[in-house]
Each structure stands twice: as C-alpha cells, then as structure tokens.
Design a protein around this ligand. Structure first.
Ligand code: PMP
Ligand code: GLN
Length: 413
C-alpha cells in the first residue's frame, strides 16, 4: 500500500472530513451547505425515480442524457451568446472533477506543460501529473498586504511572470473564476491578459467556473469563452453540485468546441460510460425551471448570492472581531483568514505536520472544536511556505452554525 502522506496520494478532503467526524467539531472545512437545497429541485429527483414506465432508472445516452444536454445548450447558448450544439459540444460528467479529468487527460501527453495559478483547487496538480504532464505554477500575489480592508481581488498575477511560463511545450492553462479558495473573481482585463497569451502561444484554456452564480455585487462573472476568439480554445466546466447547492449529486459538465469535447468523450466512455440517469433527468428539470425563472424574483441562481452575502459578511466580522484577519471574497463560498496573531501564543507542538497551517488547523479542530482547511493545501510543494499564514473557512452554512462559530471563537480568544 502507498503511504497516505506521499505527494499525489495525500488528499486534504479525505484527511479533514475524517478529522471533523472524529473531533466532533463545528465543520467550516470542506465546502458544502449544511441545510436543505430548495425542495423544488430535490422533489424533481423523487418524481423522476418513481415515474412509471419512464426508463429513468435505466442507462441513458453515454455523453449526456438528451433532455439535460438540451437544457445546458439552451442556458449556456444565451449566456455566451453563441449557439452550443447539445450533441457535439457538451459532455456530462460525474461532477466537475470528472470534467477536469477528461479535459486534462485528453490534452496532455508525456512532457507537456500545464500552467496552474496558485492557490489552486487541489485536484488540478495530480490530474496533470497522472497524465504525464508537468505543472508550471504561478502564484497570485497580494498587491496590497497592508490594506485596511484586505480583498481577494487585490491578489493578482504578474503579467510578465505569467508570460515567462509559456513555451513550445505549454499545452494548457487552468483558470478558476470565481475562485476556490480565495474568492477572487477575475475581471475583464485579467481574463484578457490570460486570453491574449493563450492565443499568442496557441494554448488551450480550461476554465473552471463551478461557482459561476456565486458572485457578490459589484463583481461580475465573465465567462472566458465569451472573450474575442476564445470559444475555439476554451473548455468551460460547471457543476450541478454548486449550481443547485447539492454537492452530493456529483453531476458536472463541460462545453466547448466539438474537437475538444469529442476527445474528452473518449476518456469518459472508457472510465464512466454514462452518469446516473435519474440525477441527469432531475437536473434537466431543474435547469428548465431556472431557464424560465431567469431575471425574475423566482430565479434560484440569481438569488443565491443574495442569500449568501449576509453569511459572508457575518463570518467576516466574526473573524475580524476575533483577531483572525479575513480577506473579503467577491465570489464563491469560501474566505481565507490570516491566523498569525495567534502564532506566538499557542503551543502547537502536539501536532507533527510539516507546515504550520496544518498544525494550527488540526490543533484548532481538536482543542477549539472549529474546523477550517489549511491554505497551503492549495499550493505546490515548493510554494507551500507562501500560504502557511492562512486557513480557509466555508460560509455556506445555517445562520445558527455561523452563530455557533462566533460563540466558539469569542470564548476561545
Ligand atoms: N472545481 C472547484 C473549484 C471546486 O471547488 C470543486 C469542488 N467541489 C470542484 C471543481 C469539483 O466539483 P464537483 O463536486 O462537481 O466534482
Ligand atoms: N470543493 C469542495 C471544497 O473545496 C470539496 C470537494 C471535496 O471534498 N473533494 O471544499
């Protein structure tokens, strides 16, 4: 058996979800809502599973149930202002994870390079390596470290540093907007800078947009595929788990030009063949409902950020009042927080991890009964030391849960 601590074997979600259970702490670690999604969406699933003579409990089309790919085409054609072919330009996958896996596997060959922006959603690196690729990392840098109101959007790429990573081996760059774990929403100029480099060097962009509906005004989500001449070189990835706040549904998709999608289909048909029909049919009905509700007060997609913004602000204030300096996100459902005020006051020697944010987060789970995720989990090994001053919290939680977090922190500090 491989050691669980070897790079590529270690998985932060496995370790910290287990720790949340064994320590019985308040879990603001792994990202998931701790309350029910709107019942209209979950009711679709119970309807679908019990409909007579519907065949929804049997296999469906391998690359995506027809009603779902039609709904995805209908929605995203409007959003990107281009007709998306439901049969050739969309693939339905087991969560955004599988879409990322197929996109990377089908484009990377031994020795090809993939540019990954740090911090990054942790699975990008092992997927690139499994495909035989070489990840090239570039960190977002905090351009205003002394700001009185630290913001995720102050973390920027250095355009020259990014340009220096492109070479004849560069096959793709992965971007994530809105961003996990930082909460950054890339603006038009930042996306244009990345797009221009991708075009100049003939590179594919994989755009992970799973939090596309979770953007806090005035920030706006811009889809990479809508930038000039970017449709041809962009695979965009989404997730029903994030879109409908039901992470357990594990359904995702990719849309993009037929040549990329069809290569992804080859990976998908070998490993997965087809996703659960019931979940696809229920998701299709969810999308149809939402397409009709767009731009009305009934739109769940458009109300989500209004529901989450007060939660974000509440957690921000709680962390700030307790000396954990948070960074204000513009999107997503996470925020990072600087914990170094406590560094010299705590004895973390009971923990043996290499990086101090891991030692702190474990100590906090066990002794204070509150869990976050160490920020260095989202960095490559050589750059983890850039991240050790922070931890990540999830704020997609019941108001009572956030209040409990406040009580825990106030009692502790
Ligand atoms: N990308 C990002 C940025 C994520 O935060 C997640 C987390 N769920 C995923 C991809 C994977 O999504 P899914 O659960 O749909 O596989
Ligand atoms: N995407 C979720 C997060 O960032 C968790 C995903 C997982 O458990 N693998 O917290």
């Amino acid at each position: 058996l491989p050691s669980r601590h070897e790079p590529g074997v270690y998985n932060v979600w496995i370790e910290f979800s287990q720790l949340a259970v064994t320590t019985k702490c308040l879990n603001l670690g792994q990202g998931f809502p701790d309350y029910d999604p709107p019942s209209i969406f979950s009711n679709f699933l119970s309807e679908v599973a019990t409909e007579k003579n519907s065949y929804f409990n049997q296999y469906t089309r391998g690359f995506g149930h027809m009603r779902l790919v039609r709904a995805l085409s209908n929605l995203y054609s409007q959003l990107i202002n281009r007709k998306i072919d439901p049969v050739n330009e969309i693939l339905v996958t087991v969560g955004a994870y599988e879409a990322l896996y197929c996109a990377i596997q089908s484009n990377i060959e031994e020795g090809d390079e993939a540019i990954i922006i740090e911090p990054f959603y942790d699975c990008y690196e092992p997927i690139v390596r499994t495909a035989g690729g070489v990840p090239r990392f570039i960190p977002l840098r905090n351009t205003k470290p002394n700001a009185s109101l630290p913001k995720a959007n102050d973390w920027k790429l250095d355009p020259e540093e990014l340009a220096s990573l492109f070479n004849s081996k560069t096959k793709l760059i992965i971007i994530n907007t809105p961003h996990n774990p930082l909460g950054k929403v890339f603006d038009y100029d930042e996306l244009t800078m990345i797009a221009n480099l991708a075009k100049k060097h003939n590179v594919l962009v994989i755009s992970d947009e799973v939090y596309e509906w979770l953007v806090y005004e005035p920030a706006k989500h811009i889809r990479m595929a809508t930038l000039p001449d970017m449709w041809e070189r962009t695979i965009t990835i989404g997730s029903a788990g994030k879109t409908f706040s039901m992470t357990g549904w594990k359904l995702g998709w990719a849309y993009g030009p037929a040549n990329f999608i069809q290569n992804m289909c080859v990976v998908h048909q070998t490993a997965i063949y087809t996703c659960a029909t019931t979940v696809q049919e229920a998701t299709a009905r969810g999308f149809e409902h939402e397409i009709n509700a767009l731009n009305t007060p009934q739109s769940y997609f458009q109300s989500m950020s209004k529901e989450l913004k007060p939660k974000m602000q509440y957690l921000f204030k709680t962390l700030q009042d307790n000396g954990l300096k948070p960074i204000m996100p513009d999107g997503g459902y996470f925020m990072i927080s600087n914990w170094t005020n406590f560094e010299n006051k705590l004895d973390l020697s009971s923990e043996t991890d290499k990086y101090k944010d891991f030692r702190f987060v474990k100590w906090l789970s066990k002794n204070v009964k509150l869990q976050g995720i160490p920020f260095s989990a989202f960095y490559s090994e050589p750059h983890k030391n850039m991240a050790e001053d922070y931890l990540r919290f999830c704020f997609f939680k019941k108001d009572e849960t956030l209040k409990k977090a406040e009580e825990i922190l106030t009692t502790w500090t």
